[in-house]
Design a protein around this ligand. Structure first.
Ligand code: ADQ
Length: 501
């Protein structure tokens, strides 16, 4: 069930690296089951796929070589957003293990992830991995075209809306477009990037940057979280490909088509988090005696975890009055655990936390509580609600949903949000305390300011943050997207597709 009904006219085909659930074998009876992934994207988009009779194309999380041959139906008890998604609406992409590894780890994670987060020194550029990326994008495209044929057979007059997601699929659009044009299948093609789109100075480091930009331009409509990413992309198209562009109206002309570039800030199912917070178990009984600083992240080098712990250490050195009553709770979800860099980061963090705890712990108090694992949504909501300060300080982040989840869950005593200006969320959550994570002393000062902020000020800031996030929730994002695609359909039907100079 969508949180608010969203009426889309076209059947939607979502194409993402992953299906909206993972398929695994029930250890007890060996039966195939769906394991839910509760991301914002799945929550928002899966109901629209269900409602419009659309399809979801993605990798099922296992290789068919592993013996998984079919997509199971959802469990009758299933209340997740994908419950209504029939197995016939799911198109699994089967990829050979080695090709998948080269595409996913070799290209997406080792190259695009650091590069797009403006950390080029970490990026590895390898021609063979790029070849695997191209192959996999072609495979995704072929299955998407097959999905279009299926939908067209059922209702020939519908124009399917194909929505490609993220940096894994930047080259699929042109393959889909070419095949559909050849068969006379009318479609709409859109793309959304969940991570930052960096400046031309960074993009030009990628040896095949022209192919990449042309790949994205294969869509009719391209979405980024914030305006800066839109302008970066437009700038790259102009400088690298010589496209005619209109920065004001966010248009790029390419191959006799006009592509629209849209600023679509993603968000969360706000009301669902409010409900969760209202019934979540109590974590902090008395805030006057116990203050919780909270961090919730995937364990990733872009999230700035090491910088954050160092700033907390500095806080305890400079302001000893916080010892014994302030605890830093860091929840870190294991991520890309088979990659060396992530293993090294985990080790560095383990050591740092150990050394801070060793330095300051007393018989009854340890400064840092560290959970390395996934926590339930109820538990997460309880942490968000009871935290005095939520520390969201990535070195770079497309948007960051944790900042928004924290704000939604602040249903009792108002806390303070500390936010990095290098997260997309920093662009609009103006009432947060902004902190540059690279400057340890200043970071410690701002931690202290957050912990000692008067209630009036906390209330004022949180009220405004909550008002905005409630309004600009994930349904707003989805509606804005659907509107941007419909507008595009209208303008492309008009006589002139060429930009005014
Ligand atoms: P991520 O990099 O994964 O997403 P983020 O936006 O913060 O980052 O989302 C993380 C999600 O994981 C949140 O919904 C959070 O609740 C959940 N989570 C984190 N730790 C958890 C834990 N220990 N247990 C359970 N759940 C946990 C990418 C981009 C972001 C962008 C999103 C959406 O990198 O910038 O905001 O996509 O577009």
């Amino acid at each position: 069930m969508p949180l608010h009904p969203i009426h889309s006219t076209s059947p939607m085909i979502v194409v993402a690296n992953r299906l909206p659930f993972i398929i695994s074998k029930d250890p007890e009876n060996g039966k195939l089951i769906r394991k839910q992934c509760a991301g914002g994207l799945v929550t928002a988009v899966a109901p629209v796929v269900v409602e419009t009779g659309g399809l979801w194309v993605g990798w099922p999380g296992v290789h068919l070589e592993d013996g998984i041959v079919e997509i199971p139906e959802s469990d009758p008890e299933d209340k997740s957003p994908t419950a209504g998604l029939k197995s016939s609406q799911v198109v699994p992409v089967d990829l050979h293990k080695q090709v998948f590894d080269d595409y996913y780890n070799g290209c997406c994670n080792a190259c695009f992830w650091p590069l797009f987060h403006s950390m080029p020194d970490r990026a590895v550029f390898q021609g063979d991995k790029w070849e695997a990326y191209k192959t996999v994008n072609q495979e995704f495209a072929a299955l998407t075209v097959e999905a279009v044929r299926r939908l067209k057979k059922k209702s020939p007059n519908d124009v399917p809306l194909i929505w490609l997601h993220d940096y894994h699929l930047m080259l699929a659009a042109n393959h889909i477009r070419a095949a559909c044009e050849l068969e006379g299948l009318e479609i709409k093609l859109a793309f959304f990037l969940h991570i930052p789109f960096p400046s031309w100075d960074i993009v030009r480091l990628f040896p095949w940057d022209d192919e990449l930009l042309q790949g994205i331009l294969g869509c009719d409509s391209i979405g980024f979280h914030i305006e800066d990413y839109c302008l970066n992309f437009i700038d790259c198209c102009k400088r690298r490909l010589g496209c005619r562009v209109d920065r004001e109206y966010r248009l790029v002309e390419h191959n006799m088509r006009t592509v629209s570039v849209n600023h679509l800030p993603i968000s969360i199912p706000y009301d669902r988090f409010v409900k969760l917070a209202e019934s979540a178990p109590v974590v902090v009984k008395n805030r006057a005696k116990e203050q919780l600083l909270l961090g919730v992240d995937r364990l990733d080098y872009t999230k700035g975890l090491v910088h954050r712990i160092k700033a907390f250490e500095r806080l305890l050195e400079k302001y000893p009055e916080h010892r014994n009553n302030v605890t830093f709770l860091q929840v870190a979800v294991p991520s890309r655990t088979d990659v060396k860099e992530y293993q090294e980061l985990k080790e560095e963090l383990d050591q740092l936390i150990g050394s801070v705890n060793g330095k300051f712990s007393t018989a009854n108090w340890s400064p840092i509580r560290y959970i390395y694992g996934c926590v339930s949504q109820d538990q997460l909501a309880a942490f968000y609600r009871d935290a005095s300060v939520c520390v969201v300080t990535p070195l770079r982040d497309g948007m960051n949903l944790v900042a928004k989840e924290f704000v939604a869950c602040q249903t009792r005593e108002p806390g303070v949000l500390l936010l990095s200006p290098f997260a997309g969320a920093g662009n609009s959550m103006h009432e947060a305390l902004l902190v540059n994570p690279y400057e340890t002393n200043e970071f410690a000062e701002i931690l202290n300011r957050a912990l000692t902020m008067p209630k009036d000020e906390r209330e004022l800031r949180m009220r405004q943050l909550r008002r905005r996030e409630k309004h600009l929730d994930v349904n707003f994002w989805l509606r804005s997207f659907l509107k941007s695609v419909d507008c595009l359909a209208d303008s492309n039907r008009s006589a002139s597709r060429i930009l005014p100079l």
